[in-house]
Write a protein that binds this ligand. Sequence first.
Ligand code: PMP
Length: 293
Amino acid sequence: MALKIWFDGKLVDESEARVSVFDHGLLYGDGVFEGIRFYEGRVFRLQAHIQRLFDSSKAIMLKLPWTQEELCKNTCETIQANGLRDGYVRLLVTRGVGTLGLSPDSCPTPTLIIIAASIQLYPDSDYEVGLKVITCSTRRPTHGSLSPQVKSLNYLNNVMAKVEAVRAGGREGLMLNEQGYVAECTGDNVFTVKNGVIYTPPVSDGGLDGITRGVIFELAAQMEVPIVEKTMTRFDIYTADECFLTGTAAEVIPAVELDHRPIGEGVPGPTTARFIEAYRELVRNSGTSIEAM
Ligand code: PMP
């Protein structure tokens, strides 16, 4: 069934949602995006995602002509227009239409696109068996380049890293920063469990400040499981008892191998299982109702 897309201020048929070849989002990957999940008619952490979209925009000096409330409302309207109750919604803002030159000064108006669809990133079996992860040679960009905190439309670095991981027999790729410390995976944050303590790298080590990552900290506090931010190397993952990844699309998913070496027993661990359960419980019992907006 053809989707209804939010495009330039209104809902249009998928076939009418077309971007100009002069849009700097296309020409230069100049723009920002968010991926958000909704469950049983409720959008999970909607405000946090919209806030991150605004932060990414601010960091690239892309002034958004909408309020956060308007974007929340448009997101819910798009979900409703497609008759969806469970799925994934992608918001993107491009710099807009300009000339062929690099400068965004030629782009007076950003383009807002909202796509709501049903997705399942990983099949159920991956949650039961766990993912195999491969270290990529492609590094996360440094803070001296575009900040790794900006969720920009140019994901080519992560795309190439993902290709590497898949070609090497992995389902996800582990990305290191320029110093060789663990940053994150190509589309997920990374956590280990060792002797009952959860560890994850600080976002200053190059990972995205994931919304799901933040939820893990909240759940750990509620469940009274100690959690620590620690600069990590691959050694810490090779020698961990458990490892799991987090992301809006993937939720919480076990990782059982790194570079073809088993992590712990090479099977999903008990702490990971508890967090998968707690996360699933939370997403089904919270969120912004799509009808309320
Ligand atoms: N890192 C990267 C590079 C990502 O693209 C994502 C997905 N947005 C994440 C981590 C996880 O972030 P979140 O939990 O906010 O989806």
